[in-house]
Design a protein. Sequence first.
Length: 171
Amino acid sequence: MQVPENRWHLDQKHCRYEPHILLVPAKTALQMKSSDATLHTIHMDGAATYNLPFPFPNQLISREMPTTGLVTLKCNGGHVWMNAELFVISHPYYAVTDDSGKFTLTELPPGDYQIVAWHEGWNRAGLESAVDVLTQRKIQRPLFTSPRTWEQTISVRTNQVTQANFVISER
């Protein structure tokens, strides 16, 4: 499976997770490092649930991703804005859009496919209580609406380009 390597390496830079959306092939290791001197613990919730400390600056650690599905990453150090979404994937037919919203899937065998666009929730839905593991203080983390999906059927033919266009909206 050819998933771009920069999508299965998580870095913590300036109290942000980069990239914000990750793709990691199942039974492969998520590579994590911290470019900052600030140490954090990451909470992973979804296909697998556990807490992981980020390594000391510029040291790489790995965590195997044994179960497919969506994993939400959150900082346990009180930084409620630090989050990312990780998809543990079982096949190569995934892509993350570029800054303009475009994506490319290559080497698709001819046939009919159901293309699904996914976007994390963007409206604030409330707050959840959490504990800052560094200070042991109670904090409030924003909650967002559920992720949204849109579907479209496409037909891929040999030696032809096929386009799928999605309008990402509330509906």
